[in-house]
Design a protein around this ligand. Structure first.
Ligand code: GTP
Ligand code: MG
Length: 200
């Protein structure tokens, strides 16, 4: 084969341009029924993989369903979806289960994640502290996203930061788990946090 052959001479550059995007793992976490599965489903470019099971009468007595009357299922293992940010970067999203009894799975789900989006519902702040605390302790970069159920947030963000003891350096934002653009913006904030950590 001649070295000046135009096709073979261009091959290495062509190969470089089709290099697959860098895979980045992010976790979508939070307490029971805050909108984790909804968020993964809103943004995923593939049909999201879900592990929903019907909420049993026993669980209904334990978990607060009063604010989400239409909720009939709960995540029993994880949610999975993905999102290509640009040709160089693809996000792989893992949603945690929310019921406390599945908390033992979180360590496995966050393994290898560069960051987390912790979703909170301001109507049930008591249920949301544990997730924030988990990411603080694990020292995984994260952002806290208040899901504005029905467009309303019960407390202002300073109160939420204080109540959940969110550190000053951790971004706190309002989003809508049902809106693709809103979820994308929240995930980009998590990515920024992860990059910031990597640079420091
Ligand atoms: N009005 C409104 N409803 C929402 C919103 N996000 C989620 N929901 C509803 O709230 C319920 C809970 O949503 P899920 O996405 O299942 O919550 P989850 O955090 O995955 O729940 P678990 O896996 O059981 O912990 C569902 O009935 C959703 O349709 C929102 O932004 N506004
Ligand atoms: Mg779920």
């Amino acid at each position: 084969m001649r070295p000046t052959d135009p096709i073979t001479a261009g091959a290495p550059a062509a190969q470089a341009s089709v290099r697959p995007p860098l895979p980045v793992k992010l976790v979508v976490a939070g307490g029971f029924g805050v909108g984790k599965t909804t968020a993964v489903g809103s943004i995923s470019e593939i049909e999201p993989l879900t592990t929903e099971a019907a909420i049993t009468e026993v669980a209904a007595g334990v978990d607060d369903l009063s604010h989400t009357p239409s909720k009939t299922t709960t995540t029993v293992a994880m949610d999975f979806g993905c999102l290509t940010i640009d040709p160089t970067l693809k996000l792989y999203l893992f949603g945690t289960p929310g019921q406390e009894r599945f908390g033992f799975m979180w360590d496995d789900i966050v393994e290898g994640a560069v960051g987390g989006l912790v979703i909170v519902d301001t109507r049930r702040l008591d249920d949301c502290y544990a997730a924030v605390d988990y990411f603080e302790h694990k020292q995984i970069p994260f952002a806290v996203a208040v899901n504005a159920f029905d467009g309303k947030v019960e407390h202002d963000l300073d109160e939420v930061r204080w109540a959940l003891d969110v550190a000053d350096g951790v971004p706190l934002l309002v989003f809508d788990a049902r809106e693709r653009g809103s979820v994308r913006d929240a995930l980009l904030v998590v990515l920024e946090q992860a990059l910031h950590r990597a640079e420091n």
